[in-house]
Design a protein around this ligand. Structure first.
Ligand SMILES: C[S@@+](CC[C@H](N)C(=O)[O-])C[C@H]1O[C@@H](n2cnc3c(N)ncnc32)[C@H](O)[C@@H]1O
Length: 333
C-alpha cells in the first residue's frame, strides 16, 4: 500500500496515498478529526480505558494514547493493523493491538469504554458491544438517512422507529439513535444515559454512561417517547453539564486536529442546559409565510441560544406556539 503522512492535532499518521483517503485501502477521513478531538476530551475527562474497537489506521487510538488515555486498538483488517503498528512507531506510543472480529472480541473481554465507529450503522454490533463495555460506550452512525426519515422502511427495519421528515430532523434523528441504544441496553438491564451528543455533517456521535440495574433502566426508559408521531426517540437531556464543563476545562491542554472543534464545543456548552429540540428559523418563517427576522433578535426575545445542530437554528425553553408568536411579531416590526 502506497502511503503518505498527514498531521492531525499532536499526531502524524501514515494514511493510504489516495485522492480521497476515506475510500483508501485503510479508512481515514480528515473531517472526522473533529469527532476524534471530542472523543479525546470525553474519554480523558471520564478517566476510562478505551477499546477503539474499529480502529482503521489507528488515528483515534494513537491520539488517545498521546493524550494519556489507556487504549487498546482493534480492527479485523490485517492492513489496518499493520498501519496501526507503523503509526504507533511514528508517534512513539505503545499499546495492545488486536486483529479480531469485534463480534467475537466483545463477548470475550471487557473494557472500561468501548468505542464503536462502524461504516454506516452501529445496529448490528450494538448488543454485543454492550456486553463488553463496563462504564461507557461511545458510538457513531453515518447512516443518517435512516434517521432523517428519507427511508422510513430502513428506520423501521434497522432501528424499530417510525420517522418522517421533520424540520429539525438532525436532532430528532440523533435522539432516535439514542432511544435505540437505550432500548437495546435495557434488554440487558443496563441503564444507558447519554452524556455527550454531537453531529458533524453526516456523522452522528453519542457517548453513554452505563450502569447496571433494573430500577435505573426503568428510569431512563421513561425518557423515551414520540415526537410529533415520530419515534420512539429519547426526549431527555443530550449532555451532562458537568462533563461538558470538565471537557472545556481540559480543552486547552489538547491540540485539536480540526479548526472547528473549539467553536463546536462552545456552541454545545451554550445549549447543554436546554432539553427541548431546537427550532430552525427559516422553516418556521416559511411555514408562517413571513420574512425572516434577524437571528439575534429572535435569540433576545426567546432567551434562546444558538445550536451546533444548525447555523440557522436556536434553542429555547419556550413552547413552539410561543416561539411562532414571537417570530411573527418580530417579523412585522
Ligand atoms: C469507519 S472505519 C473506523 C474509523 C476509525 N475509527 C477512525 O477514526 O479513523 C471502520 C473500521 O471498522 C473495521 N471493521 C468493520 N467491521 C469490523 C468487525 N466486524 N470487526 C472488526 N473491525 C471491523 C473496518 O476494517 C474499518 O477499518
Amino acid at each position: 500500500m502506497k502511503l503518505k503522512t498527514v498531521k492531525e492535532g499532536e499526531s502524524t499518521f501514515f494514511i493510504p496515498d489516495a485522492k480521497m483517503p476515506e475510500y483508501g485501502e485503510v479508512f481515514y477521513h480528515p473531517e472526522q478529526a473533529l469527532a476524534r478531538d471530542i472523543s479525546i476530551l470525553v474519554y480523558k475527562a471520564k478517566g476510562v480505558d478505551v477499546l477503539d474497537s474499529m480502529a482503521a489506521g489507528g488515528a483515534r487510538a494513537i491520539r488517545l494514547a498521546k493524550n494519556g488515555v489507556d487504549v487498546i486498538a482493534n480492527d479485523f483488517s490485517e492492513k489496518a493493523v499493520d498501519l496501526i503498528k507503523k503509526n504507533m512507531e511514528l508517534n512513539e506510543v505503545e499499546f495492545e493491538v488486536l486483529n479480531r472480529d469485534v463480534r467475537k472480541l466483545y463477548h470475550e473481554r471487557r473494557f472500561g469504554a468501548v468505542d464503536l465507529d462502524p461504516f454506516g450503522s452501529p445496529a448490528p454490533f450494538l448488543h454485543c458491544a454492550l456486553h463488553s463495555a463496563v462504564h461507557m460506550i461511545g458510538l457513531a452512525a453515518t447512516d443518517t438517512s435512516a434517521f432523517a426519515g428519507s427511508y422510513p422502511r430502513v428506520s423501521r427495519r434497522r432501528y424499530g422507529m417510525n420517522m418522517h421528515r421533520l424540520t429539525n430532523y438532525p436532532e430528532i434523528g440523533v435522539r432516535g439513535l439514542i432511544g435505540f441504544v437505550i432500548r437495546e441496553a435495557a434488554k440487558l438491564e443496563i441503564a444507558a444515559s447519554p452524556v455527550f451528543t454531537h453531529i458533524f455533517r453526516h456523522y452522528y456521535r453519542v457517548y453513554f454512561e452505563l450502569k447496571k440495574g433494573a430500577g435505573r433502566t426503568d428510569v431512563i426508559l421513561d425518557e423515551i417517547g414520540l415526537f410529533k408521531e415520530q419515534g420512539p426517540i429519547y426526549l431527555g437531556n443530550l449532555w451532562n453539564k458537568n462533563l461538558v464543563k470538565e471537557m472545556i476545562k481540559i480543552s486547552d491542554k489538547i491540540e485539536f486536529g480540526h479548526k472547528l472543534t473549539q467553536k463546536h464545543l462552545e456552541l454545545i456548552e451554550g445549549e447543554a442546559d436546554f432539553s427541548k429540540p431546537f427550532f430552525e428559523i427559516p422553516k418556521i418563517t416559511k411555514e408562517l409565510r413571513i420574512p425572516c427576522p434577524p437571528q439575534k433578535e429572535i435569540l433576545n426575545a426567546t432567551k434562546g441560544v444558538r445550536t451546533h445542530f444548525s447555523p440557522q437554528g436556536f434553542r429555547t425553553n419556550l413552547s413552539e406556539d410561543k416561539v411562532k408568536l414571537i417570530i411573527k411579531k418580530l417579523s412585522s416590526c
